[in-house]
Design a protein around this ligand. Structure first.
Ligand code: SAM
Length: 284
């Protein structure tokens, strides 16, 4: 058992079933699973009789070998031994996964949550749905609305519609971890999507996304400061980045722009809605 790889195994079958239900699987869906461990979740997905193709990525060599043995009679299940963070992007291309045909899941080790979300956000062909078991507090931060808006929420809600499906007590894992978990579902907004059947179907280009991410990092740099103070410092920075010219807007000019969106510049960034943050990001 490797604590370094975050190996806490979910032993509550009910919760494993909830993860599978949240995936809303249909015939023909491909499921990418991160960190299958001993294959409990993999088994539950296999047992739904939809004959979904499953691609499971496990970093631990011993566990990966065990999984190969366990699923050797299942032609639909492919076990890849490797670091999901390193291979996921190439895998989505090489396996010809497209937004409309694959979903991603995993009871992932806490330590990879941030990096995995970043990698997923940058994928050109994102999964249609992502269902993860992550630390409860992180799930709550991702789903936050004003007055609890924060950087992680502003980033994740830009490319997904997040929803906490259910909480999982730490006692449902072996060995028992220090904190509770939550099953979170992220429904992606994807430029490839033809119909807005999931989420609001919002679309954005890579350039718009990059600009937005840069902006929110500045906006939430010092969450206890007012919006205006965070942005005033950053104005130089942002214009330097975008145009290579040093332009510093005066405080009065910024305040004028804010009024267009009914934003009080003396407010704290945590009180802004996602829509307001998106509007603001287009101004600078
Ligand atoms: N999904 C299993 C379950 O519910 O019982 C195991 C979950 S355990 C929290 C996390 C699993 O992810 C472990 O099997 C661990 O070896 C694996 N893992 C850790 N880091 C990984 C990585 N970077 N890529 C793929 N798997 C990883």
């Amino acid at each position: 058992m490797s604590r370094k790889l975050g190996q806490h195994f979910l032993v509550n079958k009910n919760k494993i079933q909830k993860i599978v239900e949240a995936l809303e699987l249909k015939k023909g869906d491909v499921v990418v699973e991160i960190g299958p461990g001993h294959g409990e979740l993999t088994t539950e997905i296999r047992n739904n009789k939809l004959e979904n193709r499953i691609i499971a990525i496990e970093k631990d060599k011993i566990l990966a070998n065990g999984l190969r043995e366990k699923f050797k009679d299942n032609n639909n299940i492919e076990i890849i031994e490797g670091d999901a963070l390193k291979i996921l992007t190439d895998l989505t291309y090489n396996s010809k996964l497209t937004t409309n045909n694959y979903k991603l899941t995993g009871n992932i080790p806490y330590y990879i949550t941030g990096s995995l979300l970043r990698i997923l956000s940058e994928l050109e062909n994102k999964p249609l749905l992502i269902v993860l078991t992550i630390q409860k507090e992180v799930a709550q931060r991702i789903c936050a609305k004003p007055p609890q808006m924060n950087l992680l929420a502003a980033i994740t809600q830009f490319w997904t519609e997040p929803k906490i499906i259910e909480y999982i007590s730490k006692n449902d894992f072996r060995p028992i971890p220090k904190v509770d978990s939550a099953i979170i579902r992220l429904t992606t907004y994807n430029p490839e999507r033809k119909q807005a059947s999931y989420g609001a179907g919002q679309q954005f280009t890579t350039e718009e996304a990059e600009k937005y991410y840069k902006f929110v990092k500045v906006l939430f740099k010092q969450p206890r400061k007012t919006i205006i103070n965070n942005l005033r410092d950053a104005n130089i920075l942002m214009h330097t980045n975008y145009t290579n010219k040093k332009i510093q807007l005066k405080k009065e000019e910024i305040i004028g722009k804010f009024q267009m969106f009914g934003i009080n510049p003396q407010d704290r960034p945590q009180n802004l809605s996602l829509e307001q943050i998106k509007h603001l990001s287009t101004l600078f």
